[in-house]
Ligand binder design. Structure first.
Ligand code: PEP
Ligand code: MG
Length: 325
């Protein structure tokens, strides 16, 4: 599939209206890294760190993790890698962790909630990341932040570990970026101070959509019931874009929907300027963006909203067919 888009690989995702979208890739394995060059991604917008915890029957050691993260940074070269701290619980259960009997694991003790309540593993992981960076920039994002306090506490944990490493005489990262994943609707309504403090925000669209519509992303009965291009959801995304713009904080979107060309186009039309997706999606998404006008797509969306459409998909599809006829 990547072969097909080889001719545009090194070209920017610039739409015919002149707007450029940054395309980044999602990764989780060392084996994903060669795709950085192959796909033409600008960087790794989401590095999921769960896999190294899931494939073992014990918590990985700090040294092992630091070595792996260093190899990821080596392979990425000058490109930015956003490491997401451990996002376990819900659908991702560690074999060596006592399984809690939670009635609603997706709404339960997961991700940053575990990291803040039982900080040992998260702090070890943060130390590993700091050691891996050694004189290079380090970008860390915390999953599933639902309120400002959680971001503050997680950020402080990372700053504490930086201080500790400094006292131990270790070489620190040359630059530190600390972000939050916006995966619960509540965070979109956090105080302005949250948006001012975050170095960047990344929308976890898979979780955000499931909580926005109260529709389990794992449940086939309801999974596809609500269209991502539903007017309510797109309007909500635009509000997030606006809040980030007010605080001048960098925003990206890293859920699976970012890798679908029509969804990507509509996200761009709502003001998103950075998308992170599976490497194989970069070509198709770039092709879509380069062939269309984001400004015109926006006009089509506005008309569909005015018409009271439930989803903008039919209107966008019709417009695209007319465009490319
Ligand atoms: C998301 O929720 O959109 C996301 C990127 O994280 P994950 O799919 O790993 O929950
Ligand atoms: Mg998520």
């Amino acid at each position: 599939a990547m072969q097909r888009y080889a001719s545009i690989r090194d070209k920017p995702a610039t739409a015919t209206c002149g707007v450029t979208i940054g395309l980044h890739m999602n990764a989780g394995l060392m084996a994903d890294l060669p795709s950085l060059d192959g796909s033409g991604a600008e960087g790794v917008g989401l590095f999921r760190t769960e896999l190294q915890f899931l494939i073992r029957n014990h918590v990985p050691r700090r040294g092992e993790l630091a070595a792996l993260y260093a190899r990821v940074l080596d392979a990425a070269g000058d490109k930015r890698v956003a490491f997401r701290t451990l996002d376990i619980g819900s659908d991702k259960v560690l074999p060596y962790m006592k399984r809690l009997d939670e009635p609603n694991p997706a709404l339960g003790w997961r991700a940053i909630r575990v990291g803040l309540d039982k900080p040992g593993v998260m702090r070890m992981q943060l130390q590993a990341l700091i050691r891996a960076a050694r004189g290079r920039p380090l970008t860390v994002m915390f999953p599933f932040v639902a309120q400002f306090e959680e971001y503050k506490a997680a950020r402080q944990a990372l700053l504490d570990e930086i201080n500790r490493e400094e006292k131990l005489g270790h070489v620190l990262p040359s630059k530190l970026e600390i972000g939050a994943m916006l995966e619960t609707p509540s965070l979109a309504f956090a105080p302005k101070q949250f948006f001012d403090m975050a170095d960047f925000i990344s929308i976890g669209g898979n979780d955000l959509k499931q909580f926005f519509f109260a529709a389990d992303r794992e449940n086939e009965m309801v999974r596809r019931r609500y269209d991502t291009l539903n007017v309510s959801f797109l309007t909500f995304l635009e509000q997030i874009v606006r809040r980030c713009a007010e605080s001048n904080v960098h925003l990206s979107f890293c859920g699976e929907d970012a890798g679908r060309p029509i969804e990507a186009l509509c996200f761009a039309a709502m003001g998103l300027r950075n998308l992170s997706m599976r490497p194989a999606s970069i070509g198709p998404v770039k092709n879509m963006i380069r062939r269309t006008s984001i400004a015109e797509a926006r006009a089509v969306i506005d008309q569909a909203i005015e018409n009271g459409d439930q989803s903008v998909r039919p209107a966008i599809m019709e417009w695209l067919r007319g465009n490319w006829a």
